[in-house]
Design a protein around this ligand. Structure first.
Ligand SMILES: Nc1ncnc2c1ncn2[C@@H]1O[C@H](COP(=O)(O)OP(=O)(O)OP(=O)(O)O)[C@@H](O)[C@H]1O
Ligand SMILES: [Mg+2]
Length: 257
């Protein structure tokens, strides 16, 4: 089992609004790996630093003047903090809680980034990329007859899978999901989960979820974050059946959080 991502001694800080020049630590000396082709799910109560962790993995926070960090993150052999940002984003895609399609057709939504990055030129290549991305996001059958209609007309669950397809079209190695189903009904959630399970064959996935049951359904391994610390990470079955830490047990049994 190869490590796709290795996080070494990562600490993250935001400027403390209460103290001029002060810093508030929101992630503390985090050491964790993400194995190739696994779904690593991250659970934990609000303000545990889950989103900060994901945003650090593709350096989404680098433009925030209030944010700073220490430590190293390796993607394969490359330290992401020394990488060209555009290259990193191409290798590590991120999906947010609210699906936000571009106000364009379904087809244009998917081909927008590959065109901008210059990875597809010919129309026939574009058609192929669009079809493959939609198939891999489990959306093709629902939209194949209306690729030229507006993406805004899709349902919430379809829009979320469209956003997954947009990421797939740039062929990343890692996909980060931040509570991707929090705004979806159970049926749409099941479809997004199904699509994630299929993606595991080709991609490495980190999924932050506030839904413990979702973590138990789709996670290969599960990590429990609490107040900026990694409390425990293990095979999902182990975390849910016999967690080593009392705090983990309390959280998954709904006793707090
Ligand atoms: N851009 C920001 N500027 C300042 N503080 C921030 C910023 N983003 C997050 N924080 C603070 O960092 C801490 C961790 O937040 P984060 O969003 O990473 O937690 P989370 O585990 O994702 O929570 P939730 O489950 O509510 O999404 C919180 O105390 C939050 O207030
Ligand atoms: Mg969050």
């Amino acid at each position: 089992m190869l490590d796709k991502i290795r996080v070494e001694n990562l600490s993250c800080f935001y400027a403390d609004p209460k103290e001029k020049g002060g810093k508030k630590r929101v992630l503390e000396s985090l050491n964790i790996n993400v194995v190739e082709n696994e779904i690593l799910t991250i659970i934990g109560p609000a303000n545990s630093g889950k989103t900060t962790f994901l945003r650090t993995l593709n350096r989404m926070n680098d433009f925030d003047p209030n944010y700073s960090r220490k430590g190293a993150i390796y993607l394969g052999n490359d330290n992401i903090f020394n990488m060209n940002m555009e290259k990193l984003r191409k290798r590590v895609g991120m999906l947010f809680a609210m699906p936000i399609p571009l106000p364009m057709t379904i087809y244009e939504n998917i081909i927008y980034a590959p065109k901008r990055l210059g990875v597809v030129n010919k129309k026939s290549e574009q058609n192929e990329v669009v079809e493959q991305a939609l198939r891999d996001a489990s959306l093709w059958n629902e939209v194949k007859d209306r690729l030229n209609s507006s993406a805004m007309k899709l349902s919430g669950g379809q829009q979320q899978r469209l956003c997954i397809a947009r990421i797939l079209a740039i062929n990343p190695e890692v996909i980060l999901f931040d509570e991707p189903c929090s705004g979806l009904d159970p049926i749409s959630t099941a479809k997004v989960e199904e699509s994630m399970m299929e993606l595991r064959a080709k991609y490495t996935i980190v999924l932050v979820t506030n839904n413990v049951k979702q973590a138990s359904r789709v996670g290969s391994r599960t990590a429990f974050f609490l107040m900026g610390k990694l409390v425990e990470v293990d095979k999902t079955g182990t975390i849910f059946v016999s967690p080593k830490n009392k705090q983990t047990e309390d959280y998954i049994t709904g006793r707090f959080g």
